[in-house]
Ligand binder design. Sequence first.
Ligand code: UN1
Length: 503
Amino acid sequence: MTLDIFSVVGGKEATGGAAYDSINPSRVDEVVARVHLADAGAFAAACRTAAAAQAEWARVPAPVRGRVIASVGRLVEANAEALARLVTREIGKPYAEALGEVREIVDTCDFFLGEGRRLYGQTVPSEMPDKSLFTFRVPVGVAAVVTAGNFPVAVPSWYLVPALLCGNAVVWKPAEYAAASAHALYRLLAAAGLPDGVLNLVLADGEQTFAGLETALEEGTVHKVGFTGSSGVGRRIGELCGRHLQSPCLELGGKNPMVVMPDADLDLAVEGALFAGFGTAGQRCTSLGTVIVHESVHGEFLARYTAAVAGAEIGDPAGEVLCGPLLDHRFAERYEEYLGWIEPHHTVVSGPVGRITPENPRGGFTGSGGLYYHPVVVDGVRAGDRLFLEETFGPIVGVTSFGTLEEAIALANRPGYGLSSSIYTTDPKAAFRFRAGVGAGMVSVNNSTSGAEAHLPFGGNGKSGNGSRQSGVWVLDQFTRWQAMNWDYSGRLQKAQMDVAEI
Ligand code: UN1
């Protein structure tokens, strides 16, 4: 059954608009939703609607806003399986992962419902008598949130939940190819009791969104932009926001390294590299880019890794598989370009490459008309190679080797991304030296690069972002601004720095 879905602004569903077909990537002839797209003018209008609704929402006491977030969590929990099934159908994420993704929304709500009773400010001593200083967190205003479709519901919740809890209004633009999942989450949020206009869903393509955002920034109806997606688009958003003296919350790409030390538990490292490389078909921003393995265990690691990859289940994401199809046609096309980065000095150790079809099957699996690709492991990758330096959103992992920990750290940092990283070792000194030397925002020891928990700071440096962090208390700094208050009850004009109390 094909759904027709529309933007919802101020509680009202839009009508019309050019349609984008969101397909089921495991059977590309199945249209999951006909997504009716808004234009730039409609995006800017939604920002005006949000701006008009925001002040009243900010006056709702934070603990009451927290109760709305609690309802969101309970509604998502009650609808978890249906939402996960829709995610699996629309973007091909294996069902167990999709259910985990929905769980991540509930975790986020569980964390922030309590924050409604905190949102602490501070009392600060004054240098003068009879004077008190305070700080308050105040909402930024309207947040425009633009999200990718690889995590069509969990990653948006990292923005929407804290932004709303902090008293902001939101205009959310999800990826077109994951719009049905986004629309389903929107409906659950709206059903939790948000007043009309506080959360608005705008379905639009990238260029119309960009133009609409530009207008909204000029009109002063957007005060924070949150964006998850590619480093290239993140740079454009950063430039646009910079012109308006705004600093966006950016969560961009990664080329996440995994270092395997000579003392590592190799089976554990193989398991981690399998999940981080090929779980979600390698389409997480935290997916594994390159395994940097010590030369003394390189051969052994590779043998075990290729055996594990050969045995991995690839197929219908509704079943128990490690890897389903790629997200959408556009991602499949781009992934085929990345396969062109395999060079003559590389060795593909995993078997066939490319789309799984009746002519290019994987064992008995012929691809069932979906966007399925062979998992690829490329050995002999060198530090200057495109495959080593650039993000490849898909099931391909490079392998290279190193001699000393210092070399491994330099290799890990070389691509200039800085999202996630991991080291497998039984030596705490190596683990801590790696943590101190690696430029990533997240470091795992004896665990994979993927799978951050919802209450730790999530985010990256370098090409992975502008240093902003999501999740946990850290994201509050994205959606609130500090306001300082000083209250003088001395009854005279006390001048800072000039009337300092003497003892
Ligand atoms: C992303 O791909 O944009 O840490 C986020 C992880 C997930 C989130 C990935 N919890 O892998």
